[in-house]
Design a protein around this ligand. Structure first.
Ligand code: TMP
Length: 212
């Protein structure tokens, strides 16, 4: 992890569109790390700490239809900095590998590109978080939203983000592809094969980058 504070552990974030198989892959990766006795924590955004989980509930509540885009972006940023200070940074300082299900690239793709707030605006409100903690590696699970939604049997209508519709999620995907071009720390893992193949590709990537 690059940041102004002294840290020993590595920081890996995992990104992808809805239905990209992130949860399954993270479970498989955890099983692999457990088996090898590698010290790590698995956490998620938005959430990962009690206060950040409360913010998550506000953001995703399907009843909050009046929420404006800027409020949404700032709530994600607020949950993030709390999660970093309360959970991620202490774990890195303890020398643990931190695997985080989503991080700032979700804000860049969803709020920056799909909502149209712009990458600069979203980077600015996440500046402190990025200064404290830039990922060593970001794994992007590459599957187009058309295929991903079929795989997960459509969107959860109680989830304010999931129910945005296919056009929105296509813009998110386009956002991720832009980020992939812009940031060398982001590596795509193709999700065309079996879940076991994808799992192997992720582990090979972590090994080749010296993370495990
Ligand atoms: P999850 O379903 O992967 O837990 O993520 C929750 C939702 O929040 C998902 O639709 C992606 C979205 N999201 C953003 O829009 N911006 C962010 O910064 C993060 C972390 C998630």
């Amino acid at each position: 992890m690059r940041g102004k504070e002294m840290v020993k552990g590595k920081f890996v974030t995992v990104e992808g569109c809805e239905g990209s198989g992130k949860s399954t892959q993270l479970k498989m990766l955890s099983a692999y790390l457990d088996k090898r006795g590698i010290p790590y924590i698995l956490t998620r955004e938005p959430g990962g700490s009690p206060i950040a989980e409360q913010i998550r509930n506000i953001i995703l509540d399907g009843k909050n239809t009046e929420m404006c885009d800027e409020c949404e972006a700032m709530l994600y940023a607020a949950a993030r900095i709390q999660h970093l200070r309360e959970k991620v940074i202490p774990a890195l300082e303890a020398g643990k590998l931190v695997i985080c299900d989503r991080f700032v690239d979700s804000s860049l793709a969803y709020q920056g590109v799909a909502r149209g707030l712009g990458l600069e605006y979203v980077e600015a409100i996440n500046r402190k978080a990025l200064d404290l903690c830039t990922p060593d590696l970001t794994v992007f699970l590459n599957i187009s939203p058309d295929r991903a939604f079929v795989r997960k049997n459509g969107a959860d209508q109680n989830d304010r983000m999931e129910k945005q519709g296919l056009e929105f999620h296509k813009r998110v995907y386009g956002g991720y592809l832009q980020l992939l071009e812009k940031y060398p720390r982001i590596c795509a893992v193709e999700c065309n094969g079996t879940i076991e193949q994808t799992n192997k590709n992720i582990i090979d990537l972590l090994k080749s980058k010296g993370i495990i």
